[in-house]
Design a protein around this ligand. Structure first.
Ligand SMILES: NC(=O)c1ccc[n+]([C@@H]2O[C@H](COP(=O)([O-])OP(=O)(O)OC[C@H]3O[C@@H](n4cnc5c(N)ncnc54)[C@H](O)[C@@H]3O)[C@@H](O)[C@H]2O)c1
Ligand SMILES: *[C@@H]1O[C@H](CO)[C@@H](O)[C@H](O)[C@H]1NC(C)=O
Ligand SMILES: CC(=O)N[C@H]1CO[C@H](CO)[C@@H](O)[C@@H]1O
Length: 285
């Protein structure tokens, strides 16, 4: 049901001023949708608006603040007659060098990556349902991360926030299972060249292994057409099959009683590699 990408429909995209969100905004705009991008970065909001010839609405907000969502809802009610066809809850961030003694980093990461999504659902789900009841199609796209599924070591705050995002997205899909005109999707990007991953400066070239954000949103659209909840994106280094085998290996830590994060442990690394390499593609069985 990619029926939401239709001319005149309304798209609301958080974190839409940069990266994956901006690529999605451009796609929606290209389909003739009315686009509102919400972001906390004023500079990027302005350049995004210019990139789309001023033909989109921008809204400065912090997705972690419920008050900002109330104001956004009021503006959607006023400017779009309360209509929402695509709600992309995509804003996300990571704090560099987050460590256990930095509880503030956990709080800010969870506030944006997790509460930003809860706040958005809580505030705008009534408008999404209202739009569907009026005969529209509507989709809610929630941006998670592979790090919330396979949980690699390095940044526990980010990984935990994305694990919570996955849990909430699954519940939303369950709660809306009887809604024939509303679909829910968990977007799980691979390595994507965006503001978040490009720390080498504005003119740095895209690393070969990474995808462009445009590839991610094309893949998203394809999976939405198929009616898939899980949008597990590959990149130029990791295939869909490898992702599926890594996910199964991670689940195997629990069922086989291996230590957690076995894939990265010195005493398990080689066995993990062998196990993942030797596994058939789980999707083929
Ligand atoms: N780039 C990747 O490789 C990758 C991989 C997996 C998941 N993701 C996820 O994709 C989503 C988009 O990230 P991106 O890679 O396009 O990064 P990006 O930094 O280019 O874009 C994220 C946007 O979100 C905005 N934002 C951050 N915190 C906000 C807040 N509290 N309120 C409002 N806006 C806020 C930023 O200003 C920025 O414009 C994120 O949720 C990220 O976690 C990215
Ligand atoms: C806002 O985004 C610009 C790029 O558009 C970046 O240079 C700047 O550091 C960002 N500001 C903040 C506060 O994150
Ligand atoms: C955005 C971010 O901080 N991502 C981190 C999530 O965790 C992995 C491993 O834990 C890190 O490599 C990423 O940098």
């Amino acid at each position: 049901m990619a029926k939401v990408f239709t001319s005149g429909g309304v798209a609301i995209i958080t974190g839409g001023a940069s990266g994956i969100g901006l690529a999605l905004a451009k796609k929606c705009h290209g389909y003739g949708m009315r686009v509102l991008i919400a972001d906390k970065n004023e500079t990027s909001l302005e350049s995004a608006r210019n990139a789309l010839n001023g033909d989109i609405a921008v809204f400065k907000m912090d997705v972690g603040r419920l008050e900002d969502w109330s104001e956004l809802k009021a503006s959607v009610d006023r400017d779009f007659a309360g209509r929402v066809n695509l709600l992309a809850l995509n804003a996300g961030m990571g704090v560099r060098g987050a460590s256990w003694d930095n509880t503030a980093a956990f709080q800010s990461t969870l506030q944006t990556n997790f509460m930003g999504i809860v706040n958005g659902i809580s505030t705008l789900l009534p408008l999404v349902k209202q739009s569907a009841a009026a005969g529209d199609y509507a989709s809610i796209v929630i941006t998670g991360s592979k790090q919330g599924i396979t949980n690699p070591p390095g940044n526990p705050a980010y990984n935990a926030s994305k694990a919570a995002v996955k849990a909430v997205a699954e519940h939303l899909s369950w709660d809306l299972r009887a809604e024939e005109r509303i679909s829910v999707h968990l977007l799980i990007p691979g390595w994507t060249f965006t503001g978040m991953t490009n720390r080498a400066g504005p003119d740095a070239p895209k690393p070969d292994g990474a995808w462009w954000p445009e590839q991610v949103v094309d893949y998203l659209e394809e999976k939405m057409k198929e009616g898939q909840f899980w949008v597990l994106c590959p990149d130029n280094e990791v295939t869909e099959s490898l992702d599926r085998r890594r996910i199964l290996w991670t689940a195997g830590d629990i069922v086989k009683g291996r230590p957690p994060l076995s894939r990265w442990r010195e005493d398990w690394k080689a066995r993990a590699q062998e196990g993942i390499d030797g596994m058939g593609d789980p999707a083929q069985k």
